[in-house]
Design a protein around this ligand. Structure first.
Ligand SMILES: Cc1cc2nc3c(=O)[nH]c(=O)nc-3n(C[C@H](O)[C@H](O)[C@H](O)COP(=O)(O)OP(=O)(O)OC[C@H]3O[C@@H](n4cnc5c(N)ncnc54)[C@H](O)[C@@H]3O)c2cc1C
Length: 404
């Protein structure tokens, strides 16, 4: 027999976005139920979290838990490796140029999820149900989910943090625009001979970026980085069949031996590249956060940082005492997210397609753009600030602690 439970807010999905949303909404005083299993299995994936996301985690009291697994990003280097006629010299973006010590910190996904899970468990006022939602109903008056065991839970607001294939999004009747790129990203954690010196390097190749991002040393070795290598699907299939030594050799070659010899540590990952954007970020008592709302290729470390801003803005859009799932509240949230999400999705799409194009005028424009960035300082600073945090009102949870 099914039993019914009630809460003001139910969050579905216990990935990085769902766990952070639970912490943020609970801290704001909302009774919260979180539903989902935290996946902390070893994967070959990391996330670089920028300044705004770090402030959010600090304000939620979980940043210190993460520090041992962080590697700082002080410089972001772009190397044009397309072989284009209009190739520009490498461009370095330094955090100090915009008065920051670091742009952000890189961390393995599984460690981020594990630390956030501990943070959620330490909060007695978050009820965490480790289960899967198999059905839901959502319209202007009802919001309820059904778990695998038949239990039914009702709330005034459902938050979908279910990632790209969100069930709640479909139930709420929120349409999406979806598209695919002729690319696959191979990912790996790597050991290498030379230190990364807190520099993340993005080699722009004709098939997409090859990006090395610093990781902290561990028992396996003092010098480590994560790799996201975007390439043609046929090349990805060929490389997936290579043994570790042969694959590492190709990676070393593509990195121009910048960090010495590269070696693989642990499993590899493979992701078909695609994009997704929801038509609205809130409707029918459902709010979308993280990859449930938007998805795009991993260029410029934007995905989860955008998701973290969703959460901070959602917290600001809700006022205690008011109905959190009302159409007015959801419209406020949708409005706060529109420009940021659409501009990120368009920016990443344009850069990615400009690499794949191979047309001379496109190469020329990309070359001019990079040259302008390296030589016009105010423009460079503007782009760097925009990459870390968009212009416009900064949500409360992303402000320095003394502003809270
Ligand atoms: C190779 C790669 C590199 C990246 N690098 C960066 C980076 O450097 N910086 C950055 O900001 N972003 C990066 N991203 C993007 C970032 O990883 C994602 O934006 C982020 O992981 C999305 O988190 P999420 O919690 O929204 O979704 P997910 O991680 O997909 O989590 C969704 C969770 O919901 C659960 N779930 C789904 N449906 C249900 C259901 N019905 N019931 C219960 N649970 C459910 C799933 O099991 C899962 O646990 C990268 C992405 C890739 C692929």
């Amino acid at each position: 027999m099914s039993e019914t439970a009630h809460s003001d807010i139910i969050i579905v999905g216990a990935g990085a976005a769902g766990l952070t949303a639970a912490l943020g909404l609970a801290q704001a005083g909302w009774p919260v139920i979180l539903i989902g299993h935290a996946d902390t299995r070893a994967t070959a994936r990391t996330v670089a979290l920028f300044d705004g996301s770090l402030k959010l985690l600090q304000n939620l009291g979980v940043l210190d838990r993460l520090r041992t697994d962080f590697a700082a990003l002080e410089t972001m280097r772009i190397v044009d490796d397309t072989g284009s006629l209009f190739r520009t010299p490498p461009v370095d973006f330094r955090a100090s140029e915009i008065a920051l010590d670091v742009f952000g910190e890189n961390i393995e996904n599984r460690n981020l999820v594990a630390h956030l899970s501990e943070g959620v468990r330490a909060q007695s006022h978050i009820q965490w149900i480790e289960a899967k939602v198999v059905d839901a109903q959502a319209n202007e008056t009802i919001a309820q989910v059904t778990l695998e065991d038949g239990r039914i839970l009702r709330a005034k607001l459902l938050v979908s943090a279910e990632g790209r294939s969100s069930l709640l999004r479909k139930i709420a009747g929120i349409a999406t625009r979806n598209w695919a790129y002729p690319q696959v990203a191979l990912t790996a954690l790597l050991l290498h001979d030379r230190p990364h010196r807190e520099i993340s390097t993005e080699f722009h190749t004709r098939q997409g970026p090859f990006t090395l991002v610093p990781l902290p040393g561990n028992a396996a070795g003092p010098h480590r980085s994560s790799l996201v290598w975007m390439m043609d699907p046929a090349e990805a299939r060929r490389r997936e069949r290579l043994d570790n030594d042969k694959l590492a050799l190709e990676m070393t070659h593509q990195s121009h031996h910048m960090l010495g010899k590269l070696r693989l540590e642990g499993p590899r990952g493979s992701f078909a590249m695609s994009g997704l954007i929801a038509q609205t970020f809130g409707q029918n008592r459902i709010a979308l956060v993280g990859d449930a709302a938007h998805g795009f290729p991993p260029i410029g470390a934007q995905g989860l940082n955008l998701g973290m801003r969703d959460i901070a803005h959602l917290v600001d859009a809700l006022t205690l005492g008011e109905d959190p799932g009302s159409s007015m509240t959801l419209a406020r949230y949708d409005n706060a997210r529109r420009t940021d999400v659409h501009s990120r999705v368009a920016g990443v799409d344009m850069l990615n397609r400009s690499l794949l194009s191979g047309l001379l005028p496109v190469d020329f424009m990309r070359g001019v753009g990079l040259l302008a960035l390296s030589s016009i300082r105010p423009l460079k600073r503007l782009v760097m600030r925009e990459g870390v945090m968009p212009r416009g009102p900064v949500p409360r949870l992303m402000q320095a602690q003394n502003n809270l």
